[in-house]
Design a protein around this ligand. Structure first.
Ligand code: FPP
Length: 255
């Protein structure tokens, strides 16, 4: 991503949007249909969200597709979700590439089948040169797992003599978390009405603006996403400073 933020704090448009796509199951159950029908409808809503980001110039989108805990769902639902991911990868990657989207997967990839891992690798390789939208799909992902794997990487570097324990600080740990090369999410959206983070990007969401909607993920439309952006644009992000400090025009200070 380019170093100069065209969007982000102060511009009204988030640079990085992170989304928990919740409510697929309830959407289907309300229609007396199998939960999987809801996940299929959810896959269509993913395209609504990607289109929105491309139109608004949002530069990074991170979607929570499958959590570390989702492996515990009924076997038939997990199997059907794997098929859905596989089909989506086959169907969508060419079009995403044509539109300048870079696709990446974050999470414990070793838990997926060889076939899915291969598709993930291919999608990443095909779209690696794109820069219009950085789409990160969190799959078999957990925020606690992310922090733990970063801590393990630090320990390995110390054990190998590449890093002094004194050099371990927030920056060193951050550099080993997933998404380290992207700015942290400016805006977080969760559909489905629940007011929680559910082990999503625990480290990265420290100063993210949170926005929740009762709308179920398959119902997602441009108007809902625009409401989130309008609300975001009205907020003052203080990052621990006072309102007056943030509102004051920046002045050059000399030491
Ligand atoms: C949460 O809804 C959703 C999931 C666990 C799966 C998300 C998958 C998709 C949106 C479809 C495909 C995605 C990609 C990236 C191709 P839920 O099942 O927990 O809904 P509920 O809370 O109503 O039961």
């Amino acid at each position: 991503m380019s170093p100069e933020p065209a969007n982000g704090p102060g511009t009204g448009i988030p640079r990085h949007l992170a989304v928990i796509m919740d409510g697929n199951g309830r959407w289907a159950e309300r229609r007396r249909r199998p939960r999987m029908i809801g996940h299929r409808a959810g896959a269509r809503a993913v395209n609504v969200c990607i289109d929105f980001c491309l139109e608004r110039g949002i530069q990074a989108l991170t979607l929570f597709a499958f959590s570390s805990e989702n492996w515990g769902r009924p076997e038939d639902e997990v199997g059907a979700l794997m098929k859905l991911f596989m089909n989506a990868l086959e169907r969508e990657v060419e079009e995403l590439d044509r539109r300048g989207v870079r696709v990446r997967f974050i999470g414990e990839r070793t838990r997926f089948s060889e076939a899915i891992r291969q598709r993930m690798d291919e999608a990443e390789a095909v779209t690696a040169g794109n820069d219009r939208l950085h789409l990160s799909i969190a799959a078999s992902y957990g925020g606690r797992w992310d922090i733990a794997q970063a801590a393990r990487a630090l320990a390995e570097d110390v054990a190998a003599g590449r890093l002094s324990p004194d050099a371990i600080d927030e920056h060193a740990l951050h550099a080993r978390t997933c998404l380290a090369e992207l700015p942290p999410p400016d805006l977080f959206i969760r559909t489905g009405g629940d007011l929680r983070i559910s082990n999503f990007l625990l480290w990265q969401l420290a100063y993210t603006e949170l926005w929740f909607t009762e709308a179920l993920w398959p119902e997602l439309d441009t108007a809902t996403l625009q409401s989130a952006l309008d609300d975001y644009a009205r907020r003052q992000r203080r990052f621990g400073l006072t309102g007056a400090q943030v509102a004051a025009p920046r002045t050059e200070t000399s030491a």
